[in-house]
Every structure is written in structure tokens, then in C-alpha cells.
Design a protein around this ligand. Sequence first.
Ligand code: NAD
Length: 238
Amino acid sequence: MTTTTTRLLIHGASGRMGQALLRIAAERQELTQVVGAISRKVGQRVIDGVPQFASSELGGLPECDAIIDFSLPEAFDPLLAYCIAHGRPLVSGTTGLSAEQITALDAASARIPVLWASNFSLGVAVLVDLVERAARALPGWDCDIVEQHHTRKLDAPSGTALTLGEAAARGGAQARFAAIRAGDIVGEHTVQFATLGERIELVHRATNRDIFARGALHAAAWLARQAPGRYRIADVLG
Ligand code: NAD
């Protein structure tokens, strides 16, 4: 089987996730080549040898096969407009997007391949499935989702907690949410089902951002070869 290198642009490159993406992409250059790192300002820390661009100069970006975005909701609209105008597949893990931004993402998928996921880890993909099945099997039980993240996370509840809540709703449970912001916690999600005399807890702990970066890079290589449409992480996993 032959492999082709996927040319990528990383949007939000100077952030925690952006830095993990650049480091891991550099380790697997036979699969992915980063052709540009986009940050709010040029000069913010990125990785040597990768051309840098400011988010104000999207017009001058090089050609690529896909764009990976881990930034902030306020940076999202111009990036999506760029992807549509230039026919670039978009993988985004940015959380806290507004309902209007999600609608715009849906509309964009008529013209470009789009994959947005609140969490790119394999473990959370499995947890989402387990939560839906547990909710269906436990009608009438209380469902509570407690998420913990580092103190610099801006949105709450986390995008992953909301995704887990949607899975619970598909199974018939109405989840309540609690968010804790403490220390340097990468991400922890507990889904608890409780009734009189017993309770079940399903827990996922991320101890390293690399799991999200690897998942997003894998998703981008896959998305670059898809027709326009709105894809989910489950589509990548097959
Ligand atoms: P961060 O604060 O470390 O980085 C945010 C980045 O966005 C910074 O580089 C910042 O310069 C950049 N940015 C802000 N405004 C910009 C603009 N106008 N143009 C271009 N870049 C701009 O945050 P982080 O921890 O790297 O997380 C980034 C996002 O990814 C958050 O929404 C977070 O919730 C989400 N996240 C998602 C997953 C997942 O698996 N889906 C995992 C971790 C984090």
C-alpha cells in the first residue's frame, strides 16, 4: 500500500494544542507535512522550520490538503470562510462555538469536508457509546456529568461534557452538569448514573494532550480524501 503525505496548516499553532500538533506532526513527517502555522500574531512560539502566518493574513496562506484548528471561537469565522473560499477540508476541535457557528459549519459541509469533534481521543469515543447504552438500560436513574480541566480553560461545561450529555439524551436521560477548574488537569469526565441504593460511574481521564493531537492528525489525513460533508470522529474510526 502506498501512503501519501498530507499537507497541513495548523490554526491556533502557538497554543497548548497547537504546540502538541506541531511536535507530533514533526515526528511523523512521512505522513504529514505542516506547511504553515497560523497564530494570532507571528512570532508567538512555534516550531523551527515551519512558515508562520498571522490570522490577519489568511489570504496569503500556502496550498494544503487540510486545515486543523484548535483555537478560540472568536478566531473561527474568518477561518471557516477561508476554508470555504479555497475548498480546504477543515478539522476543528475548538470548543465553545455558538449555535450560529455550528449552523455555519453545517452549511459549509455542502461545499467542503468538515469534521468538528469536542474530543479527539479514542477513549472518549468509546465512552460516548457506553453512556448512550447505559442511559437506555437505566430509565429513570439520575444522570450527572462532572468534568474537570485546568484553570485556563475558558468554556464550561466542556465540549466533551456536552457531547456526553447528548449521548445520554439519545438514551433517554437528562444529564446535569458540574464543572471544576483546578491546577493543570488535562481533562477528566465522570458520568454518574444513580438511583436508590446503587450508582454507576463511567470515568475518562486524559493525562496528556498528545492523544487529542494524534487523533486530530489522523482525522485530517482521512478527511483530506473525503467528499464534502459533515463527518464525525466515529466515521474516521470506521
Ligand atoms: P490555548 O489557549 O492554549 O490556545 C488557543 C490558541 O488560539 C492560541 O494559540 C491563540 O493564539 C489562538 N488564537 C486565539 N485567537 C486567535 C485568532 N484570532 N487567530 C488565530 N489563532 C488565535 O488553548 P488550547 O488548550 O490549545 O485549546 C484550544 C481549543 O481546543 C479550545 O477551544 C479547547 O477547548 C479545545 N480543545 C479541544 C480538544 C479536542 O479534543 N477537541 C482537546 C483539547 C482542547
